[in-house]
Design a protein. Structure first.
Length: 107
């Protein structure tokens, strides 16, 4: 399960980075060249998503929970915004849901 969770986190980070870089170009006046690593990051995201061992619908459902938690960590670490109790509670709920789905893959 640890390998699957780490793969999900890597997948989420590649998606977040792939979306964050164009945001920098559109909103923060970054160079248009930043779109090249953004495209590469999104291509990596798609490839990583294809490595997951379960049916695509289950992967997407479980990935959603991991993505939410990873995005909140990004919000704290990169954007420097303190997380609220609602952020923590929401992350806990979606992570529990994701772990339930992932644990069902073994059956």
């Amino acid at each position: 399960m640890t390998k699957t969770l780490l793969l999900f986190v890597a997948t989420a980070l590649s998606e977040i980075i792939g979306c964050f870089l164009p945001y920098l170009w559109l909103r923060k006046s970054a160079s248009i060249w930043i779109l090249l690593p953004a495209a590469g990051s999104l291509a990596l995201f798609v490839w990583l998503l294809s490595l997951h061992p379960a049916a695509s619908g289950r992967v997407y459902a479980a990935y959603g929970g991991i993505y939410i938690a990873t995005a909140l960590v990004w919000l704290r670490v990169v954007d420097g915004i303190k997380l609220s109790i609602y952020d923590w509670l929401g992350a806990a709920i979606v992570l529990i849901g994701a772990l339930i789905i992932i644990s069902g893959w073994r059956n």
